[in-house]
Design a protein around this ligand. Sequence first.
Ligand code: ADP
Ligand code: MG
Length: 327
Amino acid sequence: AKTVDRIAAGEVVERPASVVKELVENSLDAGASRITVAVQNGGKNGIRVRDDGRGIPEAELSIAVKPHTTSKIRKLADLESGVGTLGFRGEALSTIASVSRLTLRSKPQDAVAGAEVHVEGGDIGETRPAGCPTGTTVVVDDLFYNTPARKKFLKKDATEFDHINTVVTQYALANPDVAVSLEHNNRERFATDGSGNLQSAILSIYGREVAESMLSIDVKPDVDGITRIHGMVSNPETNRSTREYLATFVNSRYVTASILRDAVISGYGGQLSSDRYPFAVLFVTVPPDRVDVNVHPRKLDVRFDAEEAVTTAIETAVETALVDAGL
Ligand code: ADP
Ligand code: MG
């Protein structure tokens, strides 16, 4: 398929959480050090993502909400090496704007004033001056107002918010150097400090008990096909989380590959009785040419060249962390 077809095929806004995901990725791409996400009614009636990134020049605002206007993709190869490259499709803003009422407001650092453009069901309005701090704010109201069939499939607010929470949590954990906050119906759910410290991000999101049960991992396995494993795993003796929680990232991108989960669990060996839940946030770094990522925006699977080496290294790293902690 042509690049454009590949791009178009993947472009589906499924639910409020898909909108949040794209907007947060854009903020990260823009080099933000602070990202605040505020949603109303599970994101159905309002999503606002604000960042302090590099901003969009006034003249480019209306271009940014048109299809295929990415400045980030050069060729198909870029798409296929998509792990580690955020925002590679150039369609997110225009797609979201075609099924909502969207306002894009921005001010680059060196601009004297900000500006905004409003898009309603794909109809792009005039770009107007707007007072705003350096950075970008995207407001998405009335998602799916013009696609009632799609709107009908949305679940209740709490469920849609759960999806949003999952997405924002993943990005907050993957980017502890960015201060990420999430608010639902004007109530703050969490706010990380952007200090770069993973444990304090875990503390902000999951609370003191979980954070204090965490053991650090940072190894550079001396094998081909895997560069580094770092992150934190819970001490099963002290972790009282009532459910399993495993977040795995490959080259900074959140993935759900079951081989990673299995490797972590197997690293725990016999340490997990039925009432002990593992809690782990692990970053796996591999040479980009040794991993295949399914680029469909809703699939987060990966395939490693050196699958054995990767899983063995994870297993060993988890096991070693537990042994070092006297378990
Ligand atoms: P893509 O991210 O694939 O380029 P999008 O539709 O998500 O496509 O965004 C279109 C363009 O709008 C981006 O390429 C970028 O130039 C600009 N943009 C979007 N969001 C932001 C942001 N938060 N900060 C700065 N620029 C942004
Ligand atoms: Mg994008």
